[in-house]
Design a protein around this ligand. Structure first.
Ligand code: ATP
Length: 307
């Protein structure tokens, strides 16, 4: 098998997590208990997981001209990801996700995409066309859909497959669906997709995946949390992939781990069910540890997952 080559067209965010007994009322100032900063953004998470598995990954994204942007680029570089197509803008701050977590675990998140929304269609297209080898292109919905579409159209010109993680949940542009080979939502995103496509949202996720595959003409993999995933390749039936049984302590970023590993698996030449099995193995390993990218299996650990 040759080394998989993947381009991720997507977001980077810095998670800024404040832990406090409770959130303040309007006009009130409280002393918090702890603050943690972490690298996130669905695009970056998926890129990092694929890179840890051994893929050559190119990241197309946009960050601000600020310290957070510097740190984001440095983090991608440290993970061995090609940052030649990361642009910088003075029109917005780097993407951030300030998160407040109360003692009982309740969280409140205000995601500010900032520079992520300054990405251009030309940038996405160039990243895909200029990268020497591309097996697959991966996108999400944290950058404008027209930008993802441009990257996916370029992927089709190069004969590469496309994987869309339709997250955060929302309606899809028909132009983006047209150039999507694989839709990989979680259960909530699947229901939202069904609603926006006018597909009856009744029935099991497995049934819904089949109905959406039939309506869109794409293939669908729905992640099912501790139940694993269901793969629908033909609009007729779906195959269930069980997740390893683990003790979950923090599921943040599990969906992104699945998508990154799934894309790696397809690029390596695995079948969709085998790629999904790899997705479940990596995602389930990630839920046993706290954090997002910090919870992902390291390059040293992935050897046992890749078999
Ligand atoms: P998140 O939003 O928490 O990142 P998600 O909602 O996008 O995740 P899920 O379907 O919950 O995605 O989980 C993705 C994958 O993570 C699953 O397919 C499974 O492999 C793994 N996973 C999640 N939760 C568990 C769990 N409790 N035990 C084992 N594996 C899990």
């Amino acid at each position: 098998m040759t080394r998989p080559h993947i381009v991720v067209v997507g977001s980077t965010m810095i998670d800024m997590i404040t832990y406090a007994e409770r959130v303040p009322d309007a006009g009130e100032t409280l002393i918090g208990e702890r603050f943690v900063q972490g690298f996130g953004g669905k695009g970056a998470n998926q890129a990092v997981l694929a890179a840890r598995l051994g893929a050559a990954v190119t990241m197309a994204t946009c960050v601000g001209i600020d310290a957070l942007g510097d740190a984001t680029v440095e983090n991608l570089r440290r993970e061995g990801i090609d940052v030649d197509h990361v642009t910088r803008t003075d029109q917005a701050s780097s993407g951030v996700a300030p998160i407040w977590v109360e003692r009982d675990g309740t969280n409140r998140i205000i995601c500010v995409p900032g520079a992520n929304h300054e990405m251009t269609q030309q940038q996405a297209r160039t990243a895909v066309l200029a990268t020497p080898q591309v097996d697959g292109v991966v996108g999400q919905l944290e950058v404008p859909q027209a930008v993802t579409s441009a990257g996916f159209r370029a992927a089709k010109e190069r004969g590469a497959f496309t994987v869309l993680n339709p997250a955060p949940a929302g309606a899809l542009d028909p132009g983006l669906v047209e150039v999507t080979d694989w839709l990989v939502p979680n259960e909530a995103e699947l229901v939202e997709l069904a609603r926006s496509l006018g597909v009856s949202a009744d029935g099991t996720p497995e049934h819904l995946a089949v109905a959406i595959a039939r309506t869109t003409g794409t293939r669908v993999v729905v992640t099912l949390g501790s139940r694993g995933a269901a793969v629908c390749e033909d609009g007729e039936a779906s195959v269930h992939i069980a997740a390893p049984t683990v003790e979950a302590v923090d599921t943040t970023g599990a969906g992104d781990a699945f998508v990154g590993a799934f894309a790696y698996g397809l690029a390596e030449g695995r079948s969709a069910t085998e790629a999904s099995r790899l997705g479940c193995a990596c995602a389930s390993a990630s839920v046993t540890r706290h954090g997002t990218q910090t919870s992902y299996p390291t390059p040293e650990e992935v050897a046992s997952l890749i078999q």
